[in-house]
Design a protein around this ligand. Sequence first.
Ligand SMILES: NC(=O)c1ccc[n+]([C@@H]2O[C@H](COP(=O)([O-])OP(=O)(O)OC[C@H]3O[C@@H](n4cnc5c(N)ncnc54)[C@H](OP(=O)(O)O)[C@@H]3O)[C@@H](O)[C@H]2O)c1
Length: 154
Amino acid sequence: MDRPYIICHMLTSLDGKIIGDYLDEERTAYFIDEYENIHDRYGCKAWICGRITMEENFTLGNKLELEQSNLSSIPRTDYIVQKDASTYAVAVDPTGKLGWTQNYISEGSHNRTEDHIIEVLTEQVSDAYLAYLKNLGISYIFGGKERLNFSVVV
Ligand SMILES: NC(=O)c1ccc[n+]([C@@H]2O[C@H](COP(=O)([O-])OP(=O)(O)OC[C@H]3O[C@@H](n4cnc5c(N)ncnc54)[C@H](OP(=O)(O)O)[C@@H]3O)[C@@H](O)[C@H]2O)c1
């Protein structure tokens, strides 16, 4: 089976912190730019982040109020909308919380194309959230019944 080659690409402070106020300092802007440039140089087809990172940077805390009643059950099987996208953004969102408004991410650095979104879910996700993803044309895959198994995900 083909498996993805995964790089852990992190911006860190000199004392090894991956989050913190230093990220908002003016002199860090240059290094954030370099972080994105290095990402571009990898030429990778996909990047993956957790739900909190996606919320902070891309859905900007957009909360969903989905109608839960009168929904027919949606099978817990992978749903792939774009098999031939040039790049993908993979969002680890086990219980289905992210409030996307479109099926791609276009922010980010200069050379980056539109990244088609793939949600990584557990089977605990609601039918309403699956219907919402389908409606937006967002792809999704299941990585476990109650907990994610990353061997399955990759
Ligand atoms: N400096 C850098 O270059 C850089 C880059 C990226 C991220 N970061 C930082 O790195 C940290 C981690 O970010 P991340 O993107 O890897 O992940 P994240 O955004 O923190 O998201 C974690 C995801 O894993 C789920 N989760 C947590 N514990 C779990 C468990 N025991 N079982 C199943 N699912 C679980 C959460 O579920 P729920 O949705 O249910 O909560 C959430 O969806 C963040 O603080 C972020 O700001 C730094």
